[in-house]
Design a protein around this ligand. Structure first.
Ligand SMILES: *[C@@H]1O[C@H](CO)[C@@H](O)[C@H](O)[C@H]1NC(C)=O
Length: 619
């Protein structure tokens, strides 16, 4: 027993060591150095770039046997970080021979035969706009693009497998003109600062690139097709410094429009919030002075409004255990997102650190388990929950376990279609072990601290007998309020959603962290304000069951997040697996958004209620 335990832990430590983070320090080269070209998975393109295409949301291995791409003599998988594995990077070596500063023309790569049975497989990927993702010195091989609006050139990471001609026939690219930009430093060190590829489709029988025009390659479904792969390499001197080599890749497509939309919307949100806050503060001031005056005179009691429910407002809600766990987990998610975006904003997560974003997210999520459990335990204790051990055990397991279970379930579909995005079972196991080694003990510490800490006091005493709740007006129905209130927080993040999804589904680099940070803060503020206002009206209607209501009202934006994700796909998803994966992940994201915003709303309401009930005198 003990032996096997030690063995497991050793195995995990060695796996953790294998997750390294490459690409922080620059690599310098000399003339004549061998440069390796690495190949990553082939990925689908962003929604509807081509005509009549269906969308895939999962990627495939570069050396998928049916693709028949040229293989090196000895295939080697590159070590990757945990985050990169989760995000689906599968990087291998390749047979390209590239030598520093040595130009090549028409170098032969290999000749490959496509049997007629496999033609459909490759052609399907060309038709649906799949991309190559090659890497040289940590830089993605890019296609050159031009932005008409800003009249600037920029690079788009990756390039298409082939193209469609006017008749819609797919042609595979088999000649690659690789252009590598290098920068020569004063000390004669050479650094790679840009990689672009111009692909061509040339049908020929020998490895030749004559001036004459070739027909494009067509992989026939009726007979076997021979394809000869060749490439050129040209080294182009450049003034770009190594430190700024990513700038050309991180071109914001339309910066003006985006900022315009955001500022426009934020102004509306800020104005509305100010109006809301103003109304709320005025109403509260007059309420509080009225309540306190009446008490002084001690004549007839003007008992109406929220003061009436003072004996019930801190009554323990139904399913307190679940509520406290969700709120704790929501705050854990919030802190993770906030800190990750903050790190990225400070430039600590450079895009050349493939997968580092996901790795950092995972580690932060595990660490913030302590805060999550502390909050969960505190809330549970505040409302007089008694099964604190259950709270301690379930808080670090329920939501993370749910996420992992969904992930593992969807992973089966990826395995079934032989996608390279499928996470190996060993990695999943490593995640579970890391979870139990890091996060669960930290969470237990958080829970115990919450238990030991001086009780957060309730400002008013709770009556023995619950009050009758009068019939509530229709417009205060939770679902209606949630739908209306959810518009505000969703509005503040909707602009970003498209970019988050395209980096998630289509391997696009996400870089607008400043923007995202701003939106995230705006979302937290609007969520709190809207929920507090709605909680106020709820209490004024003498309904003291505000706890779950505040969670649902604040979480209302999750409904929009889901609907938005579904509409974004424009219902052109390719086949059953894509639909399951797309809807499954969208649902997971929406549920997490619900937990995150719901907990913000709940805590804001709790804070607000404690404040207002400490301000009135109650005899
Ligand atoms: C390689 O090709 C590029 C572009 O054609 C050219 O600018 C460069 O001078 C060439 N380098 C050598 C060493 O011939």
């Amino acid at each position: 027993m003990i032996h096997s335990l030690i063995f497991t832990i050793l195995a995990v430590i060695s796996t953790v060591n294998a997750f390294y983070i490459p690409g922080i320090a620059p690599t310098s080269y000399k003339e004549g150095d061998q440069i390796s070209l690495l190949v990553n998975h082939i990925t689908p393109s962003v929604f509807h770039e081509g005509k009549n295409k269906e969308d895939f949301v999962y990627s495939f291995d570069y050396y998928h046997p049916k693709l028949h791409f040229c293989q090196p003599k000895k295939l080697e998988k590159q070590p990757e970080s945990l985050g990169a594995i989760i995000f689906g990077d599968r990087i291998y070596n390749s047979p390209f021979e590239i030598t520093m500063l040595k130009n090549e023309t028409c170098k032969s790569l290999c000749a490959s035969t496509y049997p007629k049975e496999d033609a459909g497989f490759t052609n399907k990927f060309i038709e649906n706009g799949f991309f190559y993702n090659w890497l040289i010195d940590g830089l993605p091989a890019a296609r050159r693009l031009h932005d008409e609006r800003t009249k600037s050139d920029f690079y788009g990471a990756g390039f298409e497998l082939g193209f469609l001609d006017k008749e819609g026939k797919a042609h595979l690219d088999n000649h690659f003109d690789i252009q590598i930009e290098y920068h020569k430093r004063e000390d004669d060190q050479l650094r790679i600062v840009g990689v672009t590829v111009e692909p061509h489709s040339w049908s020929r029988t020998e490895a030749e690139c004559s001036a004459q025009e070739y027909q494009p390659v067509f992989i026939s479904p009726t007979e076997d097709t021979n394809v000869v792969f060749t490439y050129d390499v040209s080294w182009i001197p450049s003034d770009t410094l190594w430190a700024t080599r990513w700038d050309k890749y991180l071109h914001v497509y339309d910066p003006k429009i985006q900022w315009f939309a955001l500022i426009n919307f934020s102004l509306i949100v800020v104005c509305l919030s100010m109006v809301m806050a103003h109304i709320l503060v005025r109403a509260l001031k007059s309420d509080i002075s009225r309540y306190n005056e009446v008490n002084l005179d001690d004549e007839f009691q003007d008992e109406s409004g929220w003061k009436l429910v003072h004996g019930d407002v801190f009554r323990s809600p139904k399913n307190l255990l679940l509520l406290s766990i969700l709120v704790g987990s929501g705050i854990q998610l919030f802190l993770m997102a906030f800190t990750t975006i903050g790190f990225a904003l400070l430039g600590l997560l450079s895009p050349s650190n493939r997968g580092s974003l996901a790795t950092v997210m995972f580690i932060l999520y595990a660490l913030f388990g302590s805060v999550g459990s502390f909050i969960s335990g505190s809330i549970y204790k505040f409302f007089g929950g008694e099964k604190w051990k259950l709270n301690l055990i379930l808080t670090p397991l329920l939501v993370p376990g749910g996420i992992l279970a969904t992930f593992a379930f969807l992973n089966f579909f990826l395995i079934a279609v032989k996608s390279s995005g499928a996470v190996p079972a060993g990695t999943l196991l490593a995640i579970v072990v890391i979870w139990f080694v890091i996060s669960v003990p930290l969470s237990a510490v958080g829970s115990i601290l919450a238990l030991k800490k001086e009780q957060l006091s309730q400002p008013v005493r709770t009556n023995q007998i619950p009050r009758q709740i009068p019939t509530q007006p229709l417009y205060l129905k939770t679902i209606i309020v949630a739908l209306v209130a959810g518009i505000f927080p969703f509005g503040s993040i909707s602009v970003e959603m498209y970019f988050i999804y395209s980096s998630l589904w289509f391997n696009r680099v996400f870089y607008m962290f400043g923007f995202l940070f701003f939106c995230f803060i705006l979302m937290a503020i609007t969520t709190s304000l809207v929920t507090v206002l709605m909680t106020y009206y709820t209490l004024c209607a003498e309904n003291y069951r505000w706890q779950w209501r505040s969670v649902f009202i604040a979480g209302g934006c999750a409904i929009y997040v889901f609907i938005h994700a579904i509409f974004l796909s424009k219902f052109s998803l390719a086949g059953f697996t894509t639909i399951v994966l797309y809807v499954g992940y969208s649902l997971l994201i929406s549920v997490l958004a619900f937990i995150l915003t719901g907990s913000i709303g709940f805590l804001a309401s709790l804070f607000f209620i404690r404040k207002i009930y400490s301000a009135v005198k109650i005899d």
